[in-house]
Design a protein around this ligand. Sequence first.
Ligand code: PMP
Length: 304
Amino acid sequence: MASYYNENTVLWLDGKIVKASETKTDLYGQSLHYGYAVFEGIRSYQTATGETRIFKPVEHYDRLKRSAEALNLPYTYSSQELTLATYEILKRNNLQDAYIRPIVYAPANMSFNPNTESYTAIQVWEMAPFLGEKLLKVMTSSFQRPNPKGFKITAKASGHYVNSILASQEAKARGYDEALLTDINGYIAEGPGANVFFEKGGRFFTPATGNILPGITRATVFELCAELGIPVEEGSFTPHDLRRADAAFFCGTAAEVVGWTSYDDKPFPTRWEDTLSRKVQQAYKDLVIEKAKQDQKKHQLETI
Ligand code: PMP
């Protein structure tokens, strides 16, 4: 198992900075028993100029709030407060390139009744930025994403991730790197923890909202495509459409932008290096490390 903390690690727990090794969870907790909690996945990067920058923290904490509200979990903090707390906890753990995991969870409560209080924790651990050119072998999962009429699927709720775990474990057991799940109508939806785009004839296609968690990275890809002049179409697409694409990628906070080598054993015809997807991958990497700011600074220095 991965090691997320050691005896020196500290985390943020409702305004206090405490040692990770000294915290405990309640075995009578409603969150543990029913998956009734909400969380976020955020990243920080050492920028090109050496600073620590959390990528889109307010967007993530705003989503955490919306997720808590969707599940009727009491939520008390502002996104600004939690952003400051996150910078503090990164500093205390001496981390720059990190994964940040805030979670809002319920107290001891074996009933289905709502709670008058909740707890909020922010954990951080080291995560190097994705540098490799590894491409993924992806298969269509036998599992579908949860029915939007059965869950608040735009909330990042802990319990939804049983579906993700089933799909990911199935794909890995069959020798693939990752799964792609369809929605209840059989259209492609998303990966266990990332959104999907595919490229065909100079255009990008991605599932419309309604059956997916609309990712912050997905929104960032839209922004980058607008800058790069790549048209993006949202809609309902089948696994068959995706199998006929030139290229495809997953995008998410943890995954960043990661290309695929094959889908359902069918290799993509275009070399990854020659795709527009690769351009977006590079633009995303540059964005998260604020490379443009470094270039601007360099330019300013050169023109002085
Ligand atoms: N879909 C699912 C199911 C996810 O868990 C994630 C990761 N949060 C995403 C998409 C991508 O979201 P984001 O870009 O906000 O990390």
